[in-house]
Ligand binder design. Structure first.
Ligand SMILES: O=C(O)c1[nH]c(=O)[nH]c(=O)c1Cl
Length: 310
C-alpha cells in the first residue's frame, strides 16, 4: 500500500501531519513532529510579536473531543521564520508556516518578509481564530476576506493556503468559494478550524472548564467530524484545481480515510495528537494502510474524492 502524496511541487511519504496549534509552538515540539511518522510539519499560528495568550485553564479534553481558548500564544513570527531557515527540507517533510496577524497589516508585514526570505515553506494564512476576545473570525466576513486575499496575493507572489472556519450553510460555502476562486496562487484551503464558541460544562463542579470568555472555546475532536467532512466535500467540489487539507475529528485510520474519500489531499491531526502524543501518527497510518488493504486500494488516488452519493 502506497500512502505517498505529491502536491504543490511537494512529495510527502504520507498524508498526515499536525494541525496548527498542536505540538508546534516551540522548536522542541516542532522537532517532535518532524522526527515522528508525520509526513509534514506546520507551525503554531504566529503574530509579529510573541504572545502569552489567554489565562489558564484554556484547554480541556472531554470524551468526545476538546475545547480551547488559547488566545494565540506563540513565540512570534521571527522565531518560526528562523526555524524555517534552518529546516532540513531535503529530508523530505514539507514545512508549512501558519500566520495569524491581529490585523491585515500584520499579515502583510509577515508575508512580505517571508516572500523576501525565499524559503521552501508554504504559508497557511489563518482566517479563523475564534478565541481573540472582541475579534470576529475573518472567515465569516466574505467581503473582508476578498479584500485581505487581494492584498495578500499582491505581497506574496508564491503559492499559499488559508485555514478556514467551519461553514454551516450551502449559501456560505458558495459565497466563500466564489471569493477563493478569485485567487489562482491560493492553492489550498484547510478545512476546518475548531467550531467556535462552544461551551463545555462540568456537572460535578457546576462550572465551565476553561477560564477565557466565561468558558466559551473552539471545539475539536469527534464533536466536529461531520462538520469537517461536509466542509472538505463542499470545497472539494467548489474549488476546482485547488487542494483541500482535511482537519477535524481524525482519531484513527477510519476518519483519515473519510476525509480523503471526501476529497482531502492530505490531513491534519489536532485533538488526538494533543491527547495521545506523536505516536498517533504511526498508529493512524497503520490503521489507514490496513483499511486500504482490506478494500483493495493500492494508493490514495484509488479512492480520493470518490465518496458515493445515494
Ligand atoms: O486560541 C488559539 O490560539 C486558536 N485556537 C483554535 O482553535 N484555532 C485557532 O486558529 C487559534 Cl489561533
Amino acid at each position: 500500500v502506497d500512502l505517498s502524496v505529491s502536491w504543490l511541487g511537494l512529495a510527502m511519504a504520507n498524508p498526515l501531519y499536525n494541525a496548527s496549534g498542536v505540538m508546534c509552538r516551540s522548536v522542541a515540539e516542532l522537532e517532535q513532529v518532524r522526527t515522528s511518522a508525520a509526513g509534514a510539519v506546520i507551525t503554531k499560528s504566529c503574530t509579529p510579536q510573541p504572545r502569552v495568550g489567554n489565562p489558564e485553564p484554556r484547554y480541556c479534553a472531554t470524551p468526545l473531543g476538546s475545547i480551547n481558548s488559547m488566545g494565540l500564544p506563540n513565540a512570534g513570527y521571527h522565531y518560526y521564520r528562523d526555524y524555517a531557515r534552518s529546516y532540513p527540507y531535503a529530508a523530505g517533510k514539507p514545512l508549512f508556516l501558519s500566520l495569524s496577524g491581529m490585523t491585515l497589516d500584520e499579515n502583510l508585514d509577515m508575508l512580505r518578509d517571508l516572500a523576501a526570505a525565499e524559503l521552501p515553506c508554504l504559508p497557511e494564512v489563518n482566517l479563523s481564530c475564534p478565541n481573540l476576545p472582541g475579534k470576529p473570525q475573518l472567515g465569516y466576513d466574505f467581503q473582508a476576506c476578498r479584500e485581505a486575499l487581494t492584498q495578500i496575493a499582491r505581497v506574496y507572489p508564491g503559492d499559499f493556503g488559508v485555514k478556514l472556519p467551519p461553514y454551516f450553510d450551502p449559501v456560505h460555502f458558495a459565497q466563500m468559494a466564489e471569493v477563493l476562486n478569485t485567487f489562482p496562487t491560493l492553492r489550498f484551503v484547510t478545512c476546518i478550524n475548531s467550531i467556535g464558541n462552544g461551551l463545555v460544562i462540568d456537572v460535578e463542579h457546576e462550572s465551565v472548564v476553561i477560564k477565557p470568555k466565561d468558558g466559551l472555546g473552539g471545539l475539536g475532536g469527534s464533536y466536529v467530524l461531520p462538520t469537517a467532512l461536509a466542509n472538505v466535500r463542499e470545497f472539494y467540489r467548489l474549488l476546482p484545481g485547488k487542494h483541500v487539507v482535511g482537519c477535524g475529528g481524525i482519531n484513527s485510520g477510519r476518519e483519515a480515510f473519510m476525509h480523503i474519500l471526501a476529497g482531502a489531499t492530505v490531513v491534519q491531526i489536532g485533538t488526538c495528537l494533543y491527547e495521545e502524543g506523536e505516536g498517533a501518527f504511526a498508529r493512524i497510518l497503520d490503521e489507514l494502510r490496513q483499511l486500504m488493504a482490506q478494500k483493495g486500494y493500492q494508493c490514495l488516488d484509488d479512492f480520493r474524492g470518490k465518496l458515493k452519493t445515494l
